[in-house]
Design a protein around this ligand. Structure first.
Ligand code: FAD
Ligand code: 2HG
Ligand code: ZN
Length: 498
């Protein structure tokens, strides 16, 4: 999503921030941990570490930091801290640890599982001002920056050196690279460039006690001991605050083509994907899908222009190729499409070669999340499943919910086996919620799927971790947490079950 679109949505939803019920009231069984309550002395201590304007305490100013992007969870923090350097983060955490003040790390606050906002009154430690790009190595692509660089800005900068960030997602105009690493974000091109566990070369992080862990190597290969940076990737701010990231940026492709295809059945989508891997091989860079309900939501709610190939009861597949020779790539894609049309696997399609047309098509896919919010309340699920049963999750859920919902739709990263299943209602309904959960988690576990493919567990899904991880594995996670954050001040009530 571009920053402009994001702001437009946020502006439209500003009025609803006040209506979001506090998490402490929504979850009355949840007990605040025995943390200190922030005092004037603490605020003074923070003012001594950070200069004017970087310790926010004004209630109105704090509002946006206390509520998540989905407007479903809300904390009541009394303080947002905006460090600029690793040293400042270290001083803050060292102080909070001594006083046992709980802290929630926050990047762009675009997370979708309630991980980035306080549950009670945790202090918000924001990476907003840690936005310096430190080095871009044109020869190797290794790029080092502070955690608060906005993903889209990072991509724009590395583009000047002929490189690209290997991660792209709808929230790129707002999310921070530190937030991306902390959630191990997947996005639109994981199929081609792999996960951040592979492309992140190094991380600098500050532990709960203020100790700086410098694993900020830019080396491709380094087998000296345990690979500690992996612990910070995807741990959602529970093990440390990431201050710097080194990421391997591949060469920016010279030729990009995008096809939007209409496929009459989900079996057809699998055939398209299988054949695309075979025929487009090295140039295939994305394989995404959205069903009719998703297309109707984004075009209807955002008044976006429908693609010329809008059909009913169709599944749309977005296939992107990225390579170095436009003639060769286009020829390959056209040949592939001819074959797919010839066999009837694909019934219609359009190929975009011009960047502006490609952007229009990508917007349809990237803005589904935003359009869903305009229905009222959105129940959001992000699951990994074997492709053979992938879309059955949507069909079964529709049957189960009947007319109790506005829509139930499926879209996402089909090339990665990652389904985004969303249900909307006008207002939150406990009945609908209880029909979905734990049914969907059981359904997913039955196929050995994952109940969180890319958004993480955060606050909302932490108690369902057992559907995807064994008890000994969960216990080992708890032990790691105990070693790295013994006073449990970093992002409490998140990731690990109660
Ligand atoms: P936040 O939302 O601020 O934080 C997310 C988590 O990381 C929290 O637990 C927070 O405590 C922790 N955290 C943040 N910064 C730090 C830090 N410096 N150190 C330690 N912990 C930290 N996700 C995907 O995986 N793929 C997608 O395709 C995708 N598309 C999206 C599209 C839209 C429109 C939206 C709104 C969200 C999308 N997301 C997607 C989810 C979200 O954008 C990602 O999870 C993103 O990586 C979060 O980054 P952020 O900076 O906003 O982090
Ligand atoms: C995407 O891929 C994001 O667009 C959001 O991960 C998914 O809205 C969702 O469910
Ligand atoms: Zn996604």
């Amino acid at each position: 999503m571009s920053t402009r679109n994001f702001l437009r949505t946020v502006a439209g939803l500003q009025s609803s921030i006040r209506n979001v019920t506090l998490s402490s009231e929504q979850y009355p069984g949840l007990v605040r941990g025995r943390y200190g309550v922030i005092s004037d002395t603490d605020i003074q201590a923070f003012n001594n570490i950070l200069d004017t304007g970087r310790v926010l305490t004004d209630t109105d100013e704090l509002e946006g930091y206390n509520v998540d992007w989905l407007r479903t969870v809300k904390g009541q923090s009394r303080c947002v801290l905006k460090p600029r350097s690793t040293e400042e983060v270290s001083e803050i955490l060292s102080y909070c640890n001594k006083q046992r003040l709980a802290v929630v790390p926050q990047g762009g606050n675009t997370g979708l599982v309630g991980g980035s906002v306080p549950v009670f009154d945790e202090i918000i430690l924001s990476s907003q001002l840690m936005n310096k790009i430190i080095n871009i190595d044109e020869d190797t692509g290794a790029t080092v920056c502070q955690a608060g660089v906005v993903l889209e800005n990072l991509d724009t900068e590395v583009a000047k050196h002929g490189l690209m960030v290997p991660l792209d997602l709808g929230a790129k105009g707002s999310c921070h690279i530190g937030g991306n690493v902390s959630t191990n974000a997947g996005g639109l091109r994981l199929l081609r460039y792999g996960s951040l566990h592979g492309s992140v070369l190094g991380v600098e992080a500050v532990l709960a006690n203020g100790e700086v862990i410098d694993c900020l190597t830019t080396l491709k290969k380094d087998n000296t001991g345990y690979d500690l940076k992996q612990l910070f990737i995807g741990s959602e701010g529970t093990l440390g605050f990431i201050t710097k990231v080194a990421i391997s940026c591949p060469t920016r492709p010279k030729s990009i083509n995008l096809a939007l295809l209409a496929v009459p059945s989900f079996e057809g989508v699998i055939t398209v994907f299988k054949n695309a891997k075979c025929s487009l091989g090295e140039i295939l860079s994305s394989c995404e899908f959205m069903d009719t309900a998703a297309m109707e939501c984004v075009t209807g709610q955002l008044k976006s222009q429908s693609p010329t190939i809008l059909h009913h009861f169709t599944i749309y597949v977005l296939l992107e190729t990225s390579g170095s020779n436009s003639n060769h790539d286009e020829e390959k894609l056209n040949q592939f499409l001819e074959n797919m049309l010839g066999t009837g696997t694909v019934t219609d399609g359009t190929v975009a070669v011009v960047p502006s047309k490609q952007r229009d098509i990508w917007q349809l896919r990237e803005r589904v999340a935003e359009s869903l919010l305009l229905d009222g309340y959105c129940y959001k699920y992000d699951i990994s499943l074997p492709l053979s049963v992938f879309y059955n999750a949507v069909l079964d859920m529709r049957k189960r919910l009947g007319d109790k919902m506005i829509r139930c739709l499926g879209y996402g990263h089909v090339g990665d086996g990652n389904l985004h299943l969303n249900v909307t209602t006008k207002e939150y309904s406990k009945e609908v919620h209880d029909l979905i959960e734990p049914f969907l988690y059981e359904w997913t576990a039955n196929y050995r799927g994952s109940i969180s493919a890319e958004h993480g567990l955060g606050f909302k899904k932490r108690n369902y971790i057992g559907f995807s991880k064994s008890q000994p594995a969960i216990q080992l996670m708890k032990n790691i947490k105990q070693v790295m954050d013994p006073r449990c001040i970093l992002n409490p009530y998140k990731v690990l079950p109660d």
